[in-house]
Design a protein around this ligand. Structure first.
Ligand code: ADP
Ligand code: MG
Length: 681
């Protein structure tokens, strides 16, 4: 590639200048079904630097085919092609793209402007692909448009321009990189006579300023303006005539005005050195700036069809917002689970009688309580004895569990006293016949609203005075909780008046902090075993249950997340679908970009950027929508709780979706053949 550049740079030396174009026996065949048709049958041609050549021939004679080969858009099947003295048949696709961008300026019959970009951006395009810095690009594009009388139309899109104006934009674009060879395929074909004449004036001017001009036409009137006319019929050159002395009146008039317009000459002339960076540096510039530029062009392309862009985004929006909302619900349910677990006492250990290894039930007594009383990290101990008793009040009888507990029970087990108070240490020491009712047993024995305090109920046929009513903290408060269906008496009272035996049903141990639970559990086991020769008790640890719950919650969250991800995948497929349609619709645009020097990876970056951009925008909207949904979302009694990680995860997922589902369409776009792409309807 560098040698082609060197060549442009060395044109002004006094060495023998090699021809701009040298073709020897060029044969071009196209595969048609299983067979092949030969379109060019051995074309040999020599075009010197600075010549103005017209190639004329009837439709279908192979003119466009020849131009595509000359412009490195296509390769010959056989034959030798030297461009500025260098054999180009061995160039790679990327090298050909770069040479297209640097050496040639293409002017097409149908202008081939990008409809989503402004006139200025259209002109800038080839500069971008050869790595011209942004300011320089803009400056030069503006200068070119001004010199072609379009200074006031730079911000217009092609659809807002007339045919003649569009073709002038196309000419500016062909001149953007200062390419030395102008290739024009029927440039006047779509213009009316006066616009056509205007364009031919410009082309003469380019020739006069040192460009080699190769003009393809089927119009003898247009061909006659060139210095040399090559006739091609059925893929063979049948005549090649030079008309050096031909003095055209139009050129004459142009010459007259040339003096007072030297700035224009400067602009339209051949610029072998545009201050372009070397290819190595260019790679870096293009990689960085290329991304920014791709973002800019992608926004334009997306803006050009807002409704479709929105529909494409919709799938991603739905996907992302459902991921956010589902994960928020998962988080909410996790939190409410943790709350109810801690209400139940996450740092409680429960010791119950009963051996693991034998059927014989063990015995726990207050001696055991005393043995573990002074263990480090133990906050309090609640011994209790359970029995089922019949409570009577007036004509009502109610059977429920009666717990004989120590006075610290209410505090240790998170009970709230709704009426009266819990019995105290003194009641316990004096074996007072007092009872605290759970919400349920209160409701069963008393009328709603009736004050039970000070009333006597019969318990095991002995009168007990009601001193309080309790319920579960954070529970329903209406007696629906299992723990509400109970009555409490002081443990000493129970032992003295009811059970008459020192056997405890359970010892509750409250540990100061959750993290010390295991430590305390081990110590309790050691101490209790010291008192007996066989382990006849069990210690239940809530921590294990919490772990199990948390695990179940994680599974639940993962499930929710996966269901929502399916929505995101469907959204991604939508993006891919639209991008594929996009590639088909914009095939011609891809061809134009390639003619302007875009390599396949530039095209790939372009389309990938569009897909990623759509997904990221969908991601932003989806996150906002998901946050709005979660703020109002309540499932059962679980409120959604939005945290940062799901937002980051779903946003990342949107990005990955863009890359994943944009990759294939982008790759498809980049692998298009330039000629095929350019000739697409
Ligand atoms: P012109 O530009 O002179 O009108 P073309 O160079 O476009 O002619 O085409 C020359 C011949 O080559 C035509 O007969 C056309 O059908 C054929 N041709 C061009 N491109 C292809 C192709 N990709 N596959 C098969 N035949 C093609
Ligand atoms: Mg043609």
């Amino acid at each position: 590639m560098t040698d082609i550049q060197d060549n442009i740079g060395s044109e002004c030396s006094d060495k023998i200048i090699p021809p701009a174009v040298l073709l020897k026996n060029i044969i071009k065949r196209y595969p048609v079904g299983d067979a092949e048709i030969e379109v060019l049958h051995g074309v040999s041609l020599n075009i010197e630097v600075g010549e103005f050549v017209a190639i004329i021939g009837p439709s279908g004679s192979g003119k466009t085919t020849l131009m595509n080969i000359l412009g490195l858009m296509d390769t010959a099947t056989e034959g030798r092609f030297e461009l500025q003295g260098r054999n180009v048949s061995s160039l790679s696709a990327d090298q050909r793209a770069e040479a297209r961008g640097r050496i040639f300026g293409f002017i097409f019959q149908r202008y081939n402007l990008l409809t989503t970009q402004t006139a200025l951006e259209n002109v800038e395009l080839p500069g971008f692909y050869i790595g011209m810095p942004a300011e320089k690009r803009k400056e030069r594009a503006l200068m070119l448009l001004q010199s072609l009388g379009l200074g006031h139309r730079t911000a217009n899109r092609p659809t807002q321009l007339s045919g003649g104006e569009q073709q002038r934009v196309a000419v500016s674009r062909a001149l953007m990189n200062g390419g030395s060879i102008i290739l024009a395929d029927e440039p006047t074909g779509a213009l009316d006579t006066s616009r056509g004449k205007e364009l031919m004036l410009k082309i003469h001017e380019l020739h006069k300023n040192g460009h080699t001009v190769i003009l393809i036409t089927h119009d003898p009137g247009v061909a006659a303006e060139a210095d040399r006319v090559i006739r091609i019929v059925d893929g063979n050159i049948i005549s090649d005539e030079r008309q050096p002395s031909r003095a055209l009146p139009i050129i004459q008039s142009q010459d007259d005005s040339a003096e007072d317009d030297s700035a224009e000459e400067e602009v339209l002339g051949v610029h072998p050195s545009l201050g372009l960076p070397e290819p190595a540096l260019r790679k870096r510039i293009v990689l960085f700036a290329g991304f920014m530029e791709a973002v800019r062009m992608a926004t334009h392309a997306l803006r050009a069809n807002l409704f479709r862009t929105f529909l494409t985004m919709l799938g991603v929006i739905i996907g992302v917002s459902s991921v956010v909302a589902m994960l928020a619900i998962g988080e909410g349910s996790q939190q409410s689970m943790m709350q109810s677990m801690s209400r139940m006492g996450t740092n409680m250990l429960r010791i119950e009688p009963g051996a693991k290894t034998s059927l014989q039930g063990g015995v726990l007594t207050l001696l055991d309580v005393a043995a573990i009383n002074n263990i480090n990290h133990v906050r309090q101990i609640v011994p209790r004895v359970w029995s089922t008793q019949i409570l009577r009040y007036r004509d009502k009888a109610y059977s429920c569990g009666v717990a004989a507990v120590s006075p610290n029970y209410a505090d240790a087990e998170n009970r709230i006293v709704v009426m009266g108070s819990f019995f105290n240490q003194r009641d316990n020491e004096t074996c007072a016949p007092v009872v605290v009712l759970g919400m349920k047993s209160y409701l069963e024995l008393f009328q709603r609203g009736e004050n039970p305090l000070g009333k006597y109920i019969l318990l095991n046929n002995a009168p007990f005075m009601v001193v309080g009513v309790v319920t579960v903290r954070g529970g329903h408060g209406d007696g629906r909780d299992r723990e509400d269906d109970v009555a409490y008496i002081p443990i000493a009272t129970g032992e003295a008046r009811i059970f008459r035996s020192p056997r405890l049903s359970q010892i509750g141990v409250q540990v100061d902090e959750f993290k010390n639970v295991d430590l305390v559990q081990d110590e309790i086991r050691t101490r209790l075993n010291r008192l007996r020769n066989q382990e006849d008790f069990r210690i239940f640890n809530q921590a294990a249950m919490i772990e199990a719950q948390r695990h179940a919650q994680d599974t639940f969250r993962f499930l929710l997340g996966s269901v929502a991800s399916v929505a995101l995948i469907v959204g991604g497929i939508g993006v891919m679908n639209i991008m594929l349609v996009n590639v088909v619709e914009r095939t011609r645009e891809i061809g134009v970009r390639m003619a302007c020097g875009a390599r396949s990876r530039d095209i790939q970056l372009q389309f990938l950027t569009e897909a990623v951009l759509v997904c990221l925008m969908g991601g932003v909207i989806g996150v906002i929508l998901g946050a709005l949904i979660s703020s109002g979302l309540v499932v059962g009694d679980t409120k959604a709780v939005l945290t940062l990680p799901p937002v980051i995860v779903s946003f990342g997922a949107a990005f990955v979706t863009g890359v994943l589902f944009g990759y294939w369409p982008a790759r498809k776009a980049s692998q298009l053949d330039p000629v095929v792409a350019l000739s697409a309807e």
